[in-house]
Design a protein around this ligand. Structure first.
Ligand code: HEC
Length: 102
């Protein structure tokens, strides 16, 4: 009986102890999973999709915002970016740029 209670208690304590920043990172990486299928996990697209592994955060952000505004030519990105807030797009640009820097 003691053992049955201990496991959920430890799991709960571990969940509460995760800093907010780590949760934010997890949220961004889950969102970025939607991009990885086309662009690769490091934005260095393995297929014919354009890669952006050579771009800095500002350039990625600029491209995403232009797709959203409809000022950058696109077949699909214009529709994909509409699903995200500007803050989420900026966070994903930072996320990929941080990977690119490695
Ligand atoms: C269905 C495949 C697909 C998915 C999913 C996808 N992209 Fe794209 N991406 C493209 C294509 C194709 C282009 C070229 C522009 C166009 O035709 O829409 C592109 C272009 C881009 C560019 C500009 C690259 C450059 O150098 O001009 C960026 C940045 C980008 N995508 C980021 C993302 C991010 C971030 C996500 C996830 C939110 C994402 N993409 C999801 C297919 C995809």
């Amino acid at each position: 009986m003691k053992g049955r209670l201990a496991i959920p208690t430890i799991a709960l304590a571990a969940t509460l102890a995760v800093p907010a920043i780590a949760q934010a990172d997890t949220r961004i990486s889950i969102m970025a999973d939607a991009c990885n299928g086309c662009h690769g996990t490091d934005a260095a697209s393995p297929g014919s999709m354009p890669g952006f592994s050579n771009k800095k955060a500002d350039a990625i952000k600029k491209a995403l915002m232009e797709y959203k505004a409809g000022t950058k030519e696109a077949t699909i990105m214009n529709r994909i970016v509409k699903a995200y807030s500007d803050a989420d797009l900026a966070a994903m640009a930072n996320y990929f740029a941080a990977k690119n820097a490695k």
